[in-house]
Write a protein that binds this ligand. Structure first.
Ligand code: IPD
Length: 248
């Protein structure tokens, strides 16, 4: 497992370096939607990660935001978001990350999230307390909802905004602060290390939260992940410190 974790960290650092070097430079935009952008740098970062991981583990497959590689029916599958927080990145907002998980059959075994601006690396493997830059982390112990700081994601389409907005409107009155920071993977990493007490979003993709799922659970929290019947390949997620009652 250590070899997998080391390689995932190396890939995250490599992609993170590419993102950092090109941050606040002119970006090539490949596609534009009302509430989303697709950047060429996303693809370059995923290519870098794919090369490193599949050269090291040629029998593995990769399932990423920018496409798939290898035989998807294989037991070992890397789940990758090469740039989570793409819109932040494009607008020069220094809040984005690289997220890499390894799924074996149906279980996440490795999770790595790297913020290249703050140089924060969360990493974890199944059954072990995850670490932030080498130091063990734990979820918060805040149980009182009125004292909580939580993140509510709005995702990226009119449909998901409509699904998430009522949640935000409800929660904003119950907690101390709601945050919408624009990177689901960092939201999960922040829950894992106790900065946020919870993170909620409807209409999220697996690559956004796969690594964070392992980190939050192994840091003592809980993750309720449910596939959406009404949105293809999308999920609803409630990740929390496990002691707070969100009253959802
Ligand atoms: C998005 C971010 C955002 C979340 C969206 C994601 P991307 O990922 O994580 O915070 O609300 O649901 O799709 O497009 O920046 O990789």
């Amino acid at each position: 497992m250590k070899h997998y974790l080391d390689t995932a960290e190396e890939a995250a650092r490599g992609a993170g370096k590419l993102l950092r070097q090109n941050f606040r430079r002119q970006q090539r935009v490949n596609a534009v939607a009302a509430h989303d952008l697709k950047l060429e740098i996303d693809i370059q970062a995923q290519e870098l990660i794919t090369k490193l991981l599949l050269e090291e583990f040629p029998e593995h497959a990769l399932y990423g935001e920018e496409g798939v590689a290898g035989d998807q029916s294989t037991e070992h599958q890397w789940i990758v978001d090469p740039l989570d927080g793409t819109v932040n990145y494009f607008y020069g907002i220094p809040h984005f990350c690289v997220s890499i998980a390894l799924r074996l059959r149906n279980e996440i075994m490795i999770g790595v999230i790297y913020d290249p601006i703050r140089e924060e690396m969360w990493s974890g493997q199944k059954g072990e307390v995850p670490k932030l830059n080498g130091h063990p982390v734990h979820v918060s112990d805040r149980a009182d909802l009125t004292e909580a700081v939580i993140s509510v994601g709005l995702a990226k389409t009119g449909e998901t905004i409509n699904a998430n907005f009522p949640l935000l409107q409800e929660m904003i009155h119950r907690v101390r602060k709601c945050r919408i920071l624009g990177s689901a993977a960092l939201d999960m990493a922040y829950v894992a290390c106790g900065r946020f007490d919870a993170y909620i979003e409807q209409g999220i993709s697996l690559w956004d939260i796969a690594a964070g799922w392992l980190l939050v659970e192994n840091a003592g929290g809980t993750v309720d992940l449910r596939p959406r019947d009404d949105m293809k390949d999308k999920y609803s997620i409630v990740a929390s410190n496990g002691v707070i009652d969100l009253k959802l």
